[in-house]
Design a binder for this molecule. Structure first.
Ligand code: SF4
Ligand code: SF4
Length: 461
């Protein structure tokens, strides 16, 4: 272990005090046990298994009930449009007489609250600074990360080289794209064929209330989607659902769209068309899964090795297809999620299901209530409206389902050994690992001590 590792370990343990020393040692023992178990099960095989088993099919079963998602039903897009809310009084009525557009107008501008709980001026300042770059500097419209055709996510094919660069092989092309992505800040990158199932249809510009189509309005026919991930700060996310979290969330969005915009320019300078996208155009989770970057989890996010759900995803649509496409991978997350449920237990709005995967929402069958939901995908179905409502009431975003997840750990060797154990272990061991995680104080939410710890994290640098 080098000096840097030792320094990081000192900052790692979530609870202070000397009892933590013994816990840490115990954890190392547990981790060492996990490592031994992994080694016993065939060391190299297990390490490879942590990188995921490649699959020849999309891992979530899909049936005939599935239809492409109308972007007008995407909650953020919907909440930005007075017209959409006026068009659907039945949705407002069915959801606690709660008009998404009216409620959203007061978001993020409320009075300061409890300083100790991370909702004071200091924490608001951090959140506002975190969101400053994507919304203001990079040319987004007032509709934020869901804006299409704006700023760095513009559909204009500026800086398009006349001559098309020829790569020697698809493998070389993929490696060069991933190398550029890494330079611009990606911690993960994968390329998958464009799959219309994951793209909104029709598209909707909430800033102008225009309905747009891929065929008539989008500048080219996409063939590939490059999916990129950036990580978010562990210490800030650990304060969830305090406003301090917004610093990491906003910064994650900013880094992700900056990176996607730069990669789009890189592709256009090679002579191929490209458009960057954050939450607009299509759904990030299925694209990230298809690109082999992670698995869809109970908390509605994608869980990726080494970072868990503590990542932000962006993507680039391009007509370039001389690439080596990634395959989806099985990392053992779905199996772990079945027994874990920590995100559901920690969710302040109870938006996350405690049930098993299903073909559609189990919380309601009323079309006026489940308008935002997808059907026909066998997955965990959560009520995203409840999540959104909590953000508004909290006057800041949340991330408790990221902070509480056992896969959300700093990237230290003992955590990765525990991950290795989880990958090969059967269900009862997953339940045990969940309890161990709680015992060691990981993933606790609504904890003022985490806020205090965040505001001391500057001592690391
Ligand atoms: S962000 Fe918060 S409210 Fe929303 S699903 Fe996650 S834990 Fe629940
Ligand atoms: S907290 Fe547990 S159940 Fe929820 S996403 Fe993470 S691993 Fe899955």
């Amino acid at each position: 272990m080098n000096e840097h590792d030792m320094k990081d370990e000192q900052n790692d343990t979530p609870e202070k005090s000397t009892t933590n020393e013994s816990r840490r040692n115990f954890l190392k023992l547990g981790a060492a046990g996990a490592g031994l178990a992994a080694a016993a099960a065939g060391g190299v095989t297990v390490l490879k298994r942590m990188e995921g088993l490649p699959l020849d099919h999309f891992p979530l079963p899909i049936n005939d009930e599935y239809v492409r998602i109308d972007q007008r039903n995407q909650i953020n897009t919907y909440s930005f449009s007075k017209k959409l809310n006026d068009d659907h009084p039945e949705r407002t009525k069915k959801f606690h007489d709660w008009n998404f557009y009216e409620k959203k107008k007061g978001f993020f501008i409320g009075p300061y609250r409890d300083k100790a709980a991370g909702q004071g001026q200091l924490d608001r300042a951090l959140g506002a600074a975190g969101f400053f770059s994507p919304v203001s500097q990079l040319g987004y419209k007032s509709t934020g990360m869901d804006s299409l055709n704006a700023g760095v996510a513009s559909w204009e094919q500026t800086m398009l080289a006349k001559e098309k660069y020829k790569f020697a092989s698809p493998e070389e092309a993929t490696l060069c794209i991933k190398s550029a992505a890494r330079l611009f800040g990606a911690v993960r990158c994968g390329i998958t064929p464009r799959d219309e199932r994951w793209d909104y249809n029709p598209l909707y510009d909430a800033a102008t209330d225009e309905v747009l189509t891929w065929e008539k309005d989008f500048p080219f026919k996409p063939r590939s989607v490059i999916v990129v991930m950036v990580d978010m700060d562990y210490d800030a996310i650990a304060t969830a659902p305090a406003w301090t979290t917004d610093g990491a969330t906003g910064d994650g969005y900013g880094k992700a769209i900056k990176l996607a915009g730069q990669l789009a320019v890189f592709i256009r300078q090679l002579g191929y068309q490209a458009v960057a996208s954050m939450n607009d155009l299509g759904m990030n989770v299925p694209y990230a899964v298809a690109a082999g970057l992670g698995e869809a989890a109970r908390n509605g996010a994608v869980i990726t090795p080494h970072y868990g759900p503590r990542v932000r995803v962006a993507k680039i649509y391009t007509d370039f297809d001389f690439v080596e496409y990634a395959k989806p991978r099985d990392f053992g997350v779905a199996s772990f999620c079945k027994n874990c449920k920590r995100c559901a237990d920690s969710c302040p709005s109870k938006a996350i299901t405690l049930g098993d995967p299903s073909w559609g929402p189990e919380y309601s069958t009323d079309p006026d209530y489940i308008w935002q939901a997808s059907k026909g995908v066998f997955k965990f179905h959560n009520d995203a409206k409840l999540c959104f409502k909590f953000w508004i009431e909290n006057d800041g975003s949340c991330a408790a389902c990221i902070a509480s997840c056992p896969y959300n750990k700093p990237d230290f060797w003992h955590h990765r050994l525990v991950d290795a154990q989880n990958v090969i272990a059967p269900g009862p061991v997953h339940s045990f690992m969940r309890e161990m995680d709680i015992l060691f104080g990981y993933g606790k939410v609504s904890d003022p001590e985490r806020v205090t710890k965040f505001w001391k994290s500057g001592a690391k640098i």
